[in-house]
Design a protein around this ligand. Sequence first.
Ligand SMILES: [Zn+2]
Ligand SMILES: [Zn+2]
Length: 399
Amino acid sequence: MDDPRKILSMKVSEMPGYGFDCSCGRHHSVDINRIITGTGILNQLPEAIAEFKDKTILVVADDNTVKIGGYKVKQLLDDNGFKTELLVLEYPDYPVLLPDERIVGTLLVHTTDDVGLLLGVGSGTINDLCKIVSYKMKLPFVIVGTAPSMDGYASVMAPLIVDRQKITYPAHYPYVIIEDSELLDTAPPIMKKAGFGDIIGKYTALADWRLAHKVNGDHYCDIVAEMVQSAVDKCVANLEGYFNGEAEATNIMSDTLLLTGISIGLIGYTRPASGSEHHLAHFWELDGIARGVEHPLHGNSVAMGSIASAEVYKIMRTRFEVVDSVNPPDPDMLREIYARAGMALTPMELGIDAGLFNRALNNGYRIRPRYTIFNFTKAQGMLPEIADLVTIKMCGGLA
Ligand SMILES: [Zn+2]
Ligand SMILES: [Zn+2]
C-alpha cells in the first residue's frame, strides 16, 4: 500500500489520475484528466486538446471574460489549425450572468452536431454552464479560468438556478483545467476577495466536519482534512502577495481553490470544502435571487458566514467540551485575516441587514441535510438565543 500521506506533498498538477487506499478506510482518487497551472501556460492549450482538431470547438465566454481571455483563446486555437466558434453569453435583465434555465437553453441550441468540445473561458457561472450542458450532451469540456473567485473548477457538481431555486446537479469533471496566473491576475479585486473568502471558509467547514464526525458519526478523513488545512494556511501566509498581483502568490491561491475542489472528489461529498459558512452564504444568495436583486459574490458571503459560524462556535465551546475539542477557528482570528485582505467585516457592508442575517442564522442549516454547529446548537434548544446574541454582536442590534 502506498503511503497515504504522499498526497500531502504532491502538486495539484500532479494529482490527476492519482488514487490511493487511505488510512481512513476508503480509497480516494482524482478522476480529472489533466490540470495545467502556472504563469504563462495558456499556450499549452492547443497541445492539451489536440485530439479535438477534427471537430468544432465551441468557445464560451460572457461579455466580460471574452475580453479577458475569450478572444485570445479563439485566436490561439485558430492559429493552430482548430475549427472554432465563439459564443458570448449575455444576460440583459440582470446585473450578472445567472446560470438559469434560459442561459442553459441558449448554450444548448448553440451546441450544434459538429461541436466536439465545449471550452469555457470564465469563472463560476461559465464553468457551471459548460459543465452541465457538456454533461447532458455527452461531450467533454475544458475550462480556462479567468478569476480565482471560487473553488468549483475541479468539481463534478454544477449549481444552477431553476425556478428561482439554487439546485446543485451532478455533472462531470472538466477534461482539462487551465489556470494561468496572467489571466487570473486581471480579475477585479472583488472577485479575488471572493476566492480568498471561499478558501478561508474552510476553517469552519473543517471544524463542522470534525464535529459531525464526533457527534453525528460522519466519516472523517485526517489526511484530506490536513491537505485542505495546510493549503489554506499557506494562502493566509501569502495573502498580501496575492492581492498585490504577485504571480507566485496567485498560483498558490489558484492551486488551493483547485485542491479544495479535488478534496470534494476524494471524499465523494462536499464536507472538506463546505460547512455552516456555506449554508449561510447559500441562504443570502437565495434571498437575493428570490427578490431579483444582486447578492454578494459567493466567496464574500462565505467569508461573512465563516465569521458568524465562528461566533457561534465561540459561545458553544465554552459550554460544551465536545465543541471545544474540534478546535474551531476564533472569530477575531478570521476578522484579522479578512481585514488584511481589505474584506467586509460586518454583514451591512455586503448589503445584509440584521433581519436577513438573523433569519440565515436561524434557518440556514435547513438548506443542506448536513450536520454543523447549527444543528448541534438547535438540538440543545439554543439556536434562537445564540442567533440573537451573534446578530447583536455583528449587526449592532436585531433590526
Ligand atoms: Zn482518507
Ligand atoms: Zn464555496
